[in-house]
Design a protein. Sequence first.
Length: 930
Amino acid sequence: MEKKTRGIAAAILILSCILPLFTFSTGYAQDNGEYSIAYQKAVSMLARLSPEEKVGQLFLITFDGRDINPDSQIYELITRYQVGGVVLRKDHDNFSGPEGTVSAAYNLISGLQNVEWQAKDEMIPSGEGSAINDFIPLFIGIQQSGDSYPSDQIINGLTPIPSQMALGASWDTSLSEKAGTILGRELATLGINLLLGPSLDIAENAYTASGDDLSVRTFGGDTFWVGEMGKAYIEGLHTGSSNRLAIIARNFPGRGSSDRLPEQEVATVRKSLDQLKLIELAPFFQVTDIKAADPAIIVEGLLLNHIRYQGFQGNIRATTKPVSFDQTAVDLLMNLSEFSSWRKNSGILVSEDLGAEAVKKFFSTGGQTFDARQVARNAFLAGNDLLYMDQFVSSGDKDRFETYKKTIDLFNQKYREDQAFAARVDASVLRILTLKYELYPEFDIKKVVSDDFRLVDVGVQNTLAFDVASASATLISPSADELNSTLTDAPNYGDKLIIFTDTVSTSQCSTCQVQNIVAVDSLQKAILKLYGPSGSAQVYENQFTSYTFTDLQDFIDNPFNRVELETNLSRADWVIFLVQDNDSNRAGAGALENLIKEKIETIRNKKVIVFALNAPYYFDATDISAFTAYYGLYSKLPAFIEVAARILFQEINPIGSSPVSIPGVAYDLITATSPKENQIIALQVDETAGASGKQATAQTTEEPPEKVYNLGDNLPVRTGVILDHNGHPVPDGTVVRFILSQQGENVTIQQIETTTVGGIARAFIKLQSEGMHEIRATSEPAMNSQILVLNISSGQGAQISAINPTPIPTEEDGGEAASAPAVEETKPVEPLKTNSKLFEWLLTSLLAWGSGIIFFYNSDALGKIRSRAFISAGIVAGGLLTAFWQILDFTGPSTRAGFSGYANILVITLLGEIIFGLVLYIYVQKFMDN
């Protein structure tokens, strides 16, 4: 018995000592995706799947309606063909509405997962006889980009999310993160686990009627800011969904330079890979950098776009196939250092819709036949792991469901006949299974389907849209000063207002009630609610008339048929337009441009106010010259129309800035995001860095001693936040030059070029010679900064003082330069230095072992040695385990610092020893000594 007790005690002590090492090793392995728990489970699952089950996982399909009964097409595709997932679409009647959309969607999604669950453990036909069907959760995908129809598939019941461009125009990443959080939470509540978005495209090219208009489905045209807004949005999606939503960023590798609409034909872009890396690929780099970035901003997949490149590998005469079908191009992209680690750690590639019209035109032989099976095979061999298929119909097949089945059968056949093909399938399925295990650590229906009581929290976040609208609303033309002089008053009693609205309507399904997304009287109602009789009583209903753009176009084409419109227009003091994009498929879309071209006299000498509910670049300079005021709102949600009313009545002052170039007002985004000319760049010694040339990371809350810099030292200097023309920090990578010169002489001694991070540039100046020196900073076109004056002498530290230069007036500010920043700045607060975990482990280990030994030699009253040894071992184990628990921060991130931090962990460790010791003492008294 005594030997057994000693063995137990020894086992406890050994386990306590090696457990930390085991855990640290496991954690390190999990940083490498191939050793993660999800990966290990995926490997185990893959080993027992039949070829049919493996092949089925590659397919992401669509279906019609909401019928999932055993005689439905989707039921057969799930249970017999084991498809990996579905994408829900409004145009396939997967949703109902306008009432009960959310609950119906939840029931459909739950039903789809239950179809897969109920088929588990059934014997399914296989080329090798039969196999047992495993439950693998379905991907339930959707495209929900914000701004309602046509970008959203669910237009009822969810919290309205503004367009990506509206978020970009706020220049506020916290709003982007908040939008992502709300959307992620609500989609996950419904059971949606795959989001085809957001778009990380760069709106690079000027708008052309025949080009690929990204519209408001982009965060903007600046590489840095698109990346920043995208990262924040993705982080919000992951946070809101509790990491139960896979994010597939689109449209990789970027379609901002495309000159063709994707539904018309495959576009060709003349760019090399090196050029793509500078612009289009840069935002994707930021959300796949698993080595340096926060895991919450890393996307699970990339959606490969149908676009091809001329000069991709340097030869301008060589043109790739569409990149989604070009294995060489995909391999080149995935082998880039910025993507290679992400790809190796189970990052998945998803094809764009293989049934898109552009694909059919590209692959149709003579424009007559389309072999969908070979298209799918080519897309898979190019490197796509997940094949998205919507209107995917081979020539001769009756519908896409027949094509789905034939394509899956072909893949099953190829899997058995071609080992190389089978290996590719296994590799892709392993990535897919790893992702599914990351979403659902346990493949159990209770873990996959969320509780329906959470649906009450869906659609209740009603302040986001207004917050974004208020922050993003932009005065595009004229300048604020000019507008204040020409438009002194808001509409008031006695004024006549005529409103023309580019209306938008749709329905949630083909048999659902038609809904007005933007109604003809949307703005009129918003105005009367705020400023009518029930509001501030500034205006009354009889002052308004509202028409659609279709009415306006009818008046332009047939003025004699619209006498009442002409009469109201001639009497109006205010003419207000709410405009969308230039979609030629929408009736009346170009009515305002036509009015300016053909009947400009009807709005001359009137107050013409234009609110752009979409992208702001559709009007040219001649069009805009006819406007009294032109505002960009970037979204058509009700909150944005309310903000339009508040702007019209001068209650809100627009503070946003366009995130895209607007040629019609000569607004160039590159210029707008460059340093503002008339600012004085703040300059100071960088107290967060040492003279050794390394950035300091340690800091205490006490005032640090003043640092002394001697001849030969590196003097750390930094700028303040450098602002662009819109008042925001300049993008990361903006070039800044630090110049050291001899005072009184126009001779540069040193010039150091560096770039900004967070709007701030840092550098180290070598103190090489004695005398009076000056340090300046420039960032073209901002050429003025504070001046650091150095008096360097041997034998004593350099004396440093700062002076402000005389501001240089610019034409932009009418001769008044920006005021110089104050010389004295608050010293930056450096991060708190937490205690070394290794040293904490050493101290707590000494305490634990010391306590155990002291107890053993001072517990003779307990009698038996084995009892004393057993309790002593418990004290040691209790101390070690308690310390281990604290050091790994299982209770939250550690903020232990200094003596108090060490005291804190030692006290808690001692408490753990006492608890373990008491428990074992009671055990000894009750069992071992009897």
